[in-house]
Ligand binder design. Sequence first.
Ligand code: GGG
Length: 357
Amino acid sequence: MAQRIAVIPGDGIGKEVMPEGVRALTAAAERFGIEIELTDFDFASCDYYAEHGQMLPDDWFDRLKDFDALFYGAVGWPETVPDHVSLWGSLLQFRRRFDQYVNLRPCKLLPGVKSPLADRRPGDIDFYVVRENTEGEYSSVGGKMFEGTEREVVIQETVMTRHGTDRVLRFAYELAQSRPRKKLTSATKSNGIAITMPWWDERVKAMGANYPEVSVDQFHIDILTANFVMHPDWFDVVVASNLFGDILSDLGPACTGTIGVAPSANINPEGTFPSLFEPVHGSAPDIAGKGIANPIGQIWSAAMMLEHLGHQEAADAIVAAFEAVLAEGDKAVMTPDVGGTGTTEGLGRAIAARISG
Ligand code: GGG
C-alpha cells in the first residue's frame, strides 16, 4: 500500500526548499521501490491567510488525519501576518491536535561543514534534542486586564502535566538507552523558576528509576547553553521543556555550522495520528525569493520521515547522499551558508542524483 504523504510548503523559503525535499524523497522511493502518494496543500501559510482570513480551513483536521505523515516547510511572514498568529494558526494546531508530543531534533556536525567552534570535526558533535511539544511555556493560558491603560496587566502561565512530562521523558530515556553512550541531559532553571522546574527535575529522577543504565545530568539552562558552545561533545540526548527545547535546538545546529541543515520530527509515538517532519529553520524572510536557502534541513527531514515510516535503508541513502555531496564541497554546488555560491535547486539536484546512484 502506498505511503500517503501530505506536502505543505508553508511560507518564505519553505516554498523553495520543499521541492528539493520532495525531489530527494521521490528519488529514494524510486530506488528502494517504495510507493508514495504525495498530496499538496496550500494552507498553513500566510498566503492562504491573506485569501481566507485564517491559516487553516475549518476542516483541516479531517483532511489531514488519515495521512501517514505530514511533510512541512516553514511558517511565518511577519510583513502580512503577526508571527504569533501564523504559528498558533498552523504548526501549533498540528502539534496539539495530532498529539505530536515529541519534537526530535538531531544536532550533528556534518562532513564539509565548518563549525564556528574551534577545532571541531565530524563525530565531535552528535546529539539529539528532545523537546516537549504540546504544553509547557507554549500553553497559551493567560490573559490581559486593563488593556491599553496605565494599569495594564499581562499574565501567561506555563502548564506542565505529569502525563505530558512523563511521556516525553520516557521517550528521551528510551532514546538515550538505545545509543552507545546512554547519556541523558535535562535542561531546567530550577533555582529561578521554583515551582514547575524543580518538579520537572523530580519527574526526571523518578523516570530514571526505570532506566538504571542511563546516566543523567541536570543543568540550569543558562550554563547549559554555555556548555553547548564550549563542550558540545558532552551531549548525547538532551531533554527540555517546549521553550528551552526550541532554543537549544537552534543553538545546537548553529554550533554545527548552519541551522540550514537541521531537521526535525514532530512525533506522535503511538501512531494514532500522523507525525510531522520539517526543517528546524523558519521561513527566513531575509533570504526568501533568492533561491539560496540550504535545502538539507528539508531533505534530512524527508529521511527522518522515511525512517519513521519504517524505510530505514531509504532514509540512510538520503543521509549518505547529502553527507557525500557536502564532503565533496564543490563551491559551485554549496549554498552560501556552507561557503558556496550555489542555489537551493542546484544543491537539491546534486543530492537527488547521488541518491539515485
Ligand atoms: N520549520 C519550522 C518553522 O517554520 N518554525 C517557525 C517557528 O517559529 N517555529 C516555532 C516553533 O517551532 O515552536
